[in-house]
Write a protein that binds this ligand. Structure first.
Ligand code: GSH
Length: 203
């Protein structure tokens, strides 16, 4: 399996998932001009030009929730996702969608994009209390979004890593801050961050 990534982007979640499930994958860093080590253009794999993207045999996938669910289904049952057709499995889909739309694109993308406007940033800042408030209420006193670790935790951690860079603070959200600290100490997460930190600094 090949996983395409940018250091400390949302694709960090795929590296956490691979570490957690002790799966094998080749991670290929996407450079700004989009030329891959094998000479192809990254747009052949990800038409929108964004990570994460995955190639596994005849399967090419983009969109974080889809890639993460694919990896979860390769892992031993229960390691990255609840079994299919259970209520918890639909909870996983709910959280992946919430993180993707409401947190990643709703809160962080407008705050971090070079092409954003002050109006867009203000709109996002206005959403923070409601969106982080929901996470705070859910995660206070819990270790994970579901009953055990899942790819949703990996994705949420990857986006909450951007908080300070986006000019936000978790000081008003102590449950969320404690959850992020605990998650960063998890071996699969710590190892993923340690792998990507020097790559980010060099980028
Ligand atoms: N809808 C996509 C969005 C992915 C995305 O925003 N990726 C960012 C990094 S977090 C990226 O690759 N940005 C570079 C670009 O768009 O050129 C998903 O859910 O996977």
């Amino acid at each position: 399996m090949k996983l395409y990534f940018i250091p400390f982007a949302c694709s960090l979640a795929t590296r956490i998932a691979i570490n957690e499930a002790e799966l094998d994958a080749d991670f290929i860093q996407v450079v700004p001009d989009g030329t891959l080590p094998d000479g192809r253009a990254f747009s052949e794999i990800s038409p929108m030009g964004y990570v994460p993207a995955m190639e596994a045999g005849s399967v090419t996938l983009t969109e974080g929730p889809a890639v993460l669910t694919y990896i979860a289904d390769l892992a031993a049952e229960g390691v990255l996702a609840p079994p299919p057709y259970t209520r918890e499995r639909y909870e996983l889909t709910k959280w992946l969608n919430f993180i993707s739309t409401e947190i990643h694109k709703g809160v962080f993308a407008p705050l971090m994009s070079r092409h954003s406007t002050e109006g867009a940033r203000e709109w996002s800042r206005d959403l923070v209390a409601k969106r982080f408030g929901l996470l705070e209420a859910h995660l206070t006193g819990r270790d994970y979004l579901l009953d055990s670790f899942s790819v949703a935790d990996a994705y949420l951690l990857a986006v909450l890593n951007w908080t300070e860079f986006a000019g936000l603070s978790l000081e008003d959200w102590p449950g969320l801050k404690a959850w992020r600290a605990a998650m960063r100490a998890r071996p699969s997460v710590a190892a993923a961050m340690a792998t990507e930190m020097p790559l980010r600094q060099a980028a």
